[in-house]
Design a protein around this ligand. Structure first.
Ligand SMILES: [Zn+2]
Length: 130
């Protein structure tokens, strides 16, 4: 991500510019608007396949916006997938600037699955480019 003040590129992990100390604002233009209701309906009618697609796509978009979520392939490995989902939720926390907190997103995905995905999508829509 690039500093808006001096243009220096900084790693996604740091919140402040390494050159001038300016607070870095995440560019979230790569996030796509999606209808949360359609996310839910597609997940149900495809028996969760759309849900996987949703994870992969939103993960790529969030990483473009400064998040550092590992490869989505990890989601198919038992146990590791839980850790990956946690990292995914940390990414949600980061790109929404805490409006959707990581632990809340994680609990939603575990308790209500596709409904959780729809709720997370609606908070991503709020920070996505219009
Ligand atoms: Zn700077």
């Amino acid at each position: 991500m690039f500093c808006t003040k001096c243009g220096t590129q900084s790693s996604g992990a740091s919140q402040y510019c390494t050159n001038c100390g300016e607070k870095l604002i995440l560019s979230v233009t790569s996030l796509q608007h999606r209808d949360p209701v359609m996310v839910l309906i597609f997940s149900i009618i495809t028996f969760g396949i759309y849900g996987l697609y949703w994870y992969v796509k939103t993960k790529l978009e969030m990483n473009d916006s400064g998040a550092q979520i590992p490869t989505a392939w990890l989601i198919i490995i038992p146990i590791i997938s839980i850790w990956w989902t946690w990292k995914f939720c940390e990414g949600v926390d980061q790109v929404t600037d805490g409006k959707m907190s990581g632990p809340v997103a994680f609990i939603l995905l575990f308790l209500v699955g596709s409904i959780g995905a729809a709720i997370i999508q609606s908070s991503l829509n709020r920070v996505a480019a219009p």
